[in-house]
Ligand binder design. Structure first.
Ligand SMILES: [Zn+2]
Length: 451
């Protein structure tokens, strides 16, 4: 039995987008037996161009159920069928992500109708759904709606089966799990039981010592990559792994912080030093004899609070350049390199006032990067639907983290925080996160200033 599935989404990446509509057409390969179709509340706002493409508007999905509400019914329908879609990895990726958030494991065999159509009808100009269907005389009603596309894909699938034969098509169904070499002390089931969610995993030896820790958006998938037979590049001594442990984190940022803490505390043998984010360089400001504050990129001094840490020299240097530009700071006074090229720069008229202006701009530039005077909460995805992860940042340090239900007031969010020791690695991770948050739209995180 096959499930022909099509989804509409708010974007291309399952980590940053949601499903607005799903349709599953169940077929035995020659006739349609059952149809499941529903709009879904994606949990994201729908970009205007997507509404224009699909005709699915915010109002339509606001009243629709969220995926978690239909997950049990949908899992029951799909789990024992071969999953078929046009560009199957796209639809399957979203659906696996949603199932795992809702607590369901979903690893059906998969078939792609793009591949099937290429084989059944070679030499066509295009295999996009619209073009190949047009080419084969398959009409699509409601193109770019899940139902319209799923029915057309189903018809295309039936034609491929007619052309290639049932047995040949079944042979092309791929397991969604790759073959792995399991550590001898463990069973395949131990691996299959690992969650498909963001967090850290730990390889533990017979004595209970942590050999290795890593962070992943999908713990099981990442662990499987370590044991992948085909890649075969891992130099892991599989026989030393006696247990795999994990901690769910809900989102990438908290996974990074947790990984840093495990490495800092246990210094696992296989975690090569420096592989994770460490402060290597920092921007420092210091006064010169002439009274002007100078800015410099240097090796990070451990435990130093005055510098702004960066994992790489290049990042620090680029940021320093941007700081000077954005805050109209004289590059010569701040860096004492070369001649000033800024027309009408204040450095042309040195005075007490010039010093004050210059130093104030330097301080402002540092402050705007540092955010150190703030208590900040960062809220991200939790370990399951309806839960949020909360990270508390105080004076640039990660003070701790915890989990709460959705839509809690600030006081509840602060109350859930479990304190963590301040270590330079988490300071660098959070500094880099906050810097990125200024320029990129970190849609899955919310940054809340507490003062
Ligand atoms: Zn100047």
């Amino acid at each position: 039995m096959f499930a022909i599935v099509d989804i509409e989404t708010t974007g291309g990446n399952p980590l940053h987008a949601g499903i607005t509509e799903i349709c599953a057409v169940i077929t035995d390969g020659s006739k349609v037996l059952q149809v499941y179709e529903t709009l879904l509340n994606p949990g994201y706002s729908i970009p205007r161009n997507i509404t224009a493409l699909t005709g699915i508007s915010q109002e339509m999905t606001d009243k629709a159920p969220v995926f978690a509400e239909v997950a049990a019914q949908l899992h029951h329908l799909l789990h024992d069928k071969i999953f078929v879609a046009h560009n199957v990895n796209f639809d399957l990726g979203f659906i696996q992500q949603e199932f795992s958030k809702a607590g369901f494991s979903f690893h059906p065999p998969k078939l792609c109708t793009v591949k099937l159509a290429r084989k059944a009808f070679p030499g066509r100009r295009s295999y996009s759904l619209g073009n190949i269907c047009g080419n084969l005389g398959i009409g699509i009603q409601n193109r770019h709606r899940a139902g319209g596309d799923a029915f057309a894909t189903g018809e295309l699938f039936h034609q491929c089966i007619n052309q290639l034969g049932h047995a040949e098509v079944l042979k092309m169904a791929k397991s969604t799990r790759r073959k792995i070499s399991v550590p001898p002390a463990l069973s395949e089931d131990d691996i299959n039981r690992l969650p498909d969610n963001p967090g850290v995993y730990l390889f533990i030896d017979q004595q209970g010592k942590i050999l290795y820790t890593g962070k992943a958006n999908n713990i099981q998938k990442r662990v499987r990559q370590h044991f992948d037979v085909k890649r075969g590049k891992t130099a892991l001594q599989l026989e030393r792994i006696h247990k795999i442990d994990f901690q769910l984190c809900g989102n990438e940022l908290l996974s990074l912080l947790t990984e840093a803490h495990v490495i800092h505390k246990h210094w696992p043998e296989w975690n090569v030093s420096g592989k994770h984010v460490v402060n290597k360089y920092a921007i420092y400001r210091f006064p010169t004899q002439s009274g002007y504050l100078r800015l410099q990129t240097e090796k990070f001094r451990k435990g130093s609070l005055s510098g702004i840490p960066f994992p790489r020299f290049r990042d620090a240097k680029q940021t320093l350049g941007r700081m000077l530009h954005e805050h109209d700071i004289c590059p010569v006074l701040a860096r004492s390199q070369g001649r000033c090229y800024v027309p009408g720069c204040y450095c042309e008229n040195p005075s007490e006032e010039t010093i004050a202006t210059h130093n104030q701009r330097v301080e402002e530039a540092m402050m705007s990067l540092q955010e150190q005077k703030n208590r900040i909460l960062v809220q991200g995805e939790g370990r399951k639907t309806g839960e949020k992860a909360v990270i508390l940042i105080e004076n640039g340090a990660v003070a701790g983290w915890g989990f709460t239900e959705e839509h809690q007031p600030e006081i509840e969010m602060v109350a859930c925080i479990e304190p963590k020791p301040d270590i330079p690695e988490t300071r660098a991770i959070i500094a880099s996160f906050l810097r990125q948050a200024k320029t990129e739209n970190k849609i899955t995180y919310q940054i809340i200033s507490l003062n």
